[in-house]
Write a protein that binds this ligand. Structure first.
Ligand code: BGC
Length: 279
């Protein structure tokens, strides 16, 4: 069967995601917040998921509304099946459908391995991996129910997982986190392989060191920042907005042939910086 390529919209940021609805988990702060704002700026209506900070989520929604798009906040713990089902049900009720899921909610509970508690392990795996599964499952169900929306997007739906450079780089003291992101990598690829023929595009972004609350200790003092730069060939920290813009592009038809890929956004952190001087 011959499937034509997309007729691309003009390279106009407002038109990139025009007429589409995006649901972003963990969108009240950090990278999720930046992605929600970037998708709104690219023309999407946005469902801003949060778990614990309604005021921060509402501020994100308000900023999106002030740019002319619709936005609503929904509280849900992504690790909780009932809450995820209810979140998607309310998204579809209020906005008609969901075109883009950015499964972004994530957490760290760091500990030396011999001291890591089951609670530390479960907290990270439940949000980062089980949460990604539950949200992606609801999104795929909605994409299959609705089918393609010609004129809106050539794909029937898009899923972007926020992974990490730690789907590639092992991370001592963060074994639960690295395991969750390594698992997320094959969740993403296996799902992409399974649903691509339904024109559902599944990909990940893998940020490196980005200036967000999750890693304040790594950049907030000059000493910590200098140490961090030993790991970043490009010699600067990344800004949340840089990840947001990449996600908006990856969700758009400009990226229609990108399927099952991880877009690394890391200033070169995955380039074995220890070999910078020739090894
Ligand atoms: C982590 C950050 C860390 C970065 C680079 C991210 O996935 O959440 O805490 O700074 O990876 O190591």
């Amino acid at each position: 069967m011959h499937v034509p390529g997309p007729v691309l919209p003009a390279l106009n940021s407002q038109a990139l995601l025009k007429g589409q609805t995006a649901l972003v988990t963990g969108a009240s702060s950090g990278i999720g917040r930046a992605i929600a704002l970037a998708l709104g700026a690219a023309g999407a209506d946005v469902i801003v998921n949060y778990v614990a900070s309604p005021a921060d989520a509402e501020a994100v929604a308000e900023a999106i509304r002030s740019g002319g798009r619709r936005a609503m906040t929904v509280q849900a713990d992504v690790a909780n099946e009932e809450q995820v089902l209810a979140m998607f049900a309310s998204a579809v009720r209020e906005f008609g459908t969901v075109d883009i899921l950015v499964s972004n909610a994530g957490r760290e509970c760091n500990a030396p391995f011999h001291e890591m508690s089951v609670a530390d392990w479960d907290a990270v795996i439940n949000v980062n991996l089980r949460g990604a599964f539950l949200c992606a499952r609801s999104a795929v169900r909605e994409f299959l129910r609705r089918g393609a929306r010609p004129g809106i997007s050539v794909a029937a739906g898009k899923i972007i997982f926020t992974s990490s450079v730690h789907e590639i780089i092992p991370w001592a003291g963060h074994v639960n986190y690295a395991a969750s992101k390594g698992g997320l990598m094959l969740l993403m690829k296996s799902l992409a392989q399974e649903v691509s023929d339904k024109r559902i595009r599944v990909n990940s972004i893998a940020p490196g060191a980005i200036r967000t609350p999750i890693n304040t200790a790594a950049w907030s003092t000059p000493e910590a920042y200098a140490d961090l730069m030993k790991l970043v060939p490009y010699k600067r920290i990344g800004e949340p907005d840089e990840v947001g813009r990449a996600a908006a592009w990856l969700a758009s038809d400009f990226a229609d042939y990108i399927v099952g890929a991880t877009l690394v956004i890391d200033g070169g952190m995955t380039l074995y910086p220890g070999f910078e001087s020739g090894g």
